[in-house]
Design a protein around this ligand. Structure first.
Ligand code: F0G
Length: 404
């Protein structure tokens, strides 16, 4: 097919190509998830790198977004159609005090919690909502453990679109729920966990709701740019390891796609190893990885205090496997105690993050202690959400009463 942007089934055995304008949710031939295919730019990699950096000095809305300044690798839209809140352009901070900082040569936190709504979801939502508008959506919707709902609500409000969030009743942090309400989303509480909320959303397909969960491949296009920006911050010298929390597994899939495209277009030669981390009580993907089984076995009742990643049936597990295989990566899990300790340690760095994000440092501590990360390695922990996303967790473990 064509040089133009199109969709392709993510299952290589099918690889059906589809017209993006038909707004399919899944492959009509095999039911697989879709990928957006953007023809790779033919420009000299150094010219691209120079242009991307140059755009940081511009006040043009398209350039000022840390997502859209990498637009050569994104689907194209007319500038006035973009729905942006100047997402991206998040810092890479060096670790100083955590134990692992002395076990590896360089340890960084890439803090995606410093996005407009406080989580990495904004990097994808700017593309997802822009595409929803292009597709003529009357309403956008998602199932969420909280962050997707907050981000969708904000970007939908910018676009003037109504938004509906399906949330697991009683299992979403109050701060995230408050954000979604503040930005004007309609809230539907579903009895059951995130997986039940997602099933409820998908069951409504065809009722005119445009889905912006990470099943939506346009979201992942925006999330790809995190890797571009990270590499720019490291002067295009790829780190050895990038560690990312895994819930529904959209983010690691986006990172894998970014690395594939960066290698294919000559922007990098070395592939950083992707490590996905789950909580021990919500670990279907880590179990799949360890067992080498052919298919993911959903977990019926996932449990973790890191509620953002309390997911038992991750939709993007096949894409995630592909990302790990392409980068010689791995999947693992960490205990609730390790998450708690790592979260406190990131707080003591003066950086802070929400519990799900702290799984990354917990994993790095474990891998470094076991000698599974070289001492001369450069390692990046992706912090996906801001500390203020879950203040109750902090208060619960501080030994203080609320409000003191
Ligand atoms: N970290 C945070 C803070 C999250 O909110 C999520 C997912 C993840 C990590 C995992 O990312 O799903 O792409 O593997 N949150 C979704 C939500 C499920 O609804 O906000 P993933």
């Amino acid at each position: 097919m064509p040089d133009a942007v199109h969709l392709r089934c993510s299952d290589p055995a099918c690889a059906a190509t589809l017209d993006a304008r038909d707004n399919p949710l899944a492959c009509p031939r095999c039911g697989g998830l879709l990928d957006v295919v953007v023809p790779l730019p033919q420009a000299d990699p150094r010219d691209l790198q120079r242009a991307w950096l140059e755009r940081r000095r511009s006040n043009d809305a398209l350039d000022a977004s840390g997502v859209w300044r990498f637009r050569e690798f994104l689907p194209a839209y007319p500038a006035p159609a973009l729905v942006s809140l100047r997402e991206g352009n998040t810092p890479l901070l060096d670790a100083r005090h955590v134990p692992a900082a002395s076990r590896v040569a360089r340890l960084f936190f890439k803090h995606l919690g410093w996005n407009p709504t406080g989580s990495f979801k904004d990097t994808g939502m700017t593309v997802g909502i822009t595409e929803a508008k292009r597709a003529g959506a009357a309403r956008v919707a998602c199932a969420s453990t909280g962050n997707t709902a907050a981000s969708m609500a904000a970007y939908a409000a910018r676009a003037g679109l109504p938004a509906r969030a399906y949330l697991p009743r009683g299992a979403v942090s109050g701060a995230k729920l408050a954000q979604a309400i503040d930005y004007g989303a309609e809230i539907v509480e579903v009895d059951g966990n995130f997986d039940a909320a997602l099933a409820r959303l998908v069951a409504g397909a065809g009722t005119g709701e445009y889905f912006v969960n990470s099943l939506n491949p346009f979201r992942l296009e925006g999330q790809k740019t995190v890797i571009f920006e990270l590499l720019e911050q490291l002067q295009w010298s790829p780190p050895d390891v990038i560690v990312v929390p895994g819930g529904n597994l959209g983010n690691v899939s986006a990172f894998g796609k970014a690395i594939e495209e960066l290698v294919a277009s000559g922007l990098i030669a070395k592939r950083p190893r992707l490590v996905v981390v789950q909580a021990e009580g919500a670990n279907p993907f880590a179990r799949l990885w360890r067992s080498g089984a052919a298919a993911l076995e959903p977990q019926r009742d996932p449990q973790t205090e890191a509620t953002a990643i309390r997911i038992g049936a991750p939709a993007s597990w096949k894409k995630a496997l592909r990302a790990l295989r392409f980068t010689d990566g791995l999947a693992m899990d960490v205990s609730e105690n390790a998450i708690r300790d790592a979260k406190a340690a990131i707080g003591r760095e003066g950086i802070g993050c929400e519990p799900a994000s702290a799984t990354t440092l917990a994993a790095i501590e474990q891998l470094a202690a076991d000698g599974r990360i070289d001492r001369d390695a450069t390692v990046v922990a992706i912090l996906t959400g801001h500390a203020l996303k879950d203040p109750d967790f902090i208060m619960r473990h501080s030994g203080r009463e609320r409000g003191v």
